[in-house]
Design a protein around this ligand. Structure first.
Ligand SMILES: O=C(O)CCC(=O)C(=O)O
Ligand SMILES: [Fe+2]
Length: 175
């Protein structure tokens, strides 16, 4: 997963018209962590969410699950179900990439629905900047007269503190 995350970041860099190692270079180091979610069957799934709407705070989250559907992404105001394909890895974008790309990539709001039949498992791989004080800002090459900076530089440590203090949901931190 670590190698895949790095490889995808190189494609993302090139997609932005940058050198392939540019995003990783600005991050200095890429920290990888994994989070496992277990969603038990729920007798009244229509009354609750298994995981409330949020954006991921890292750079590039990779998601796998056990084939039980539930993940939804908000697009143009509507919740779209992400189909579970066996063995597929769902690649999304995190808040830090939205900032670094100066908004060219968006970190999508997503949530997980409960269901009454099956236990759902998912594993999220998060790739983060080093926790000690790196400033995250749009990559300078992506800021120019036509496209000024859409985000203020924020120290990643402060960003984490705001996120957890507000128990952030939706897109409340970077916007
Ligand atoms: O369970 C899923 O498919 C998504 C999990 C998720 O969004 C997260 O852990 O941040
Ligand atoms: Fe998430």
């Amino acid at each position: 997963m670590h190698d895949l995350g790095r490889k995808l970041l190189r494609y993302v860099s090139r997609g932005l018209g940058l050198e392939s190692n540019r995003i990783e270079q600005s991050l200095e180091e890429l920290h990888h962590s994994m989070l496992m979610n277990r969603y038990l069957p729920c007798p009244q799934p229509e009354l609750v969410l298994a995981l409330r709407s949020h954006t991921d705070l890292d750079v590039i989250p990779l998601l796998v699950n056990n084939g039980v559907p539930g993940l939804q992404v908000l697009k143009d105001g509507a919740w779209i179900t992400v189909h579970s394909l066996p063995g597929a890895i769902v690649v999304t974008m995190g808040d830090q990439l939205e900032v670094m790309s100066n908004g060219k990539y968006k970190s999508p709001e997503h949530r997980t629905l409960a269901n009454s039949d099956s236990t759902r498992y998912s594993i999220a791989s998060f790739f983060e900047p080093p926790p000690a004080g790196l400033l995250i800002a749009p990559v300078p090459e992506l800021v120019n007269a036509q496209d000024e900076s859409h985000f203020q530089a924020v120290c990643y440590r402060d960003y984490l503190a705001i996120f957890f203090a507000k128990q952030a949901s939706g897109k409340s931190v970077i916007t």
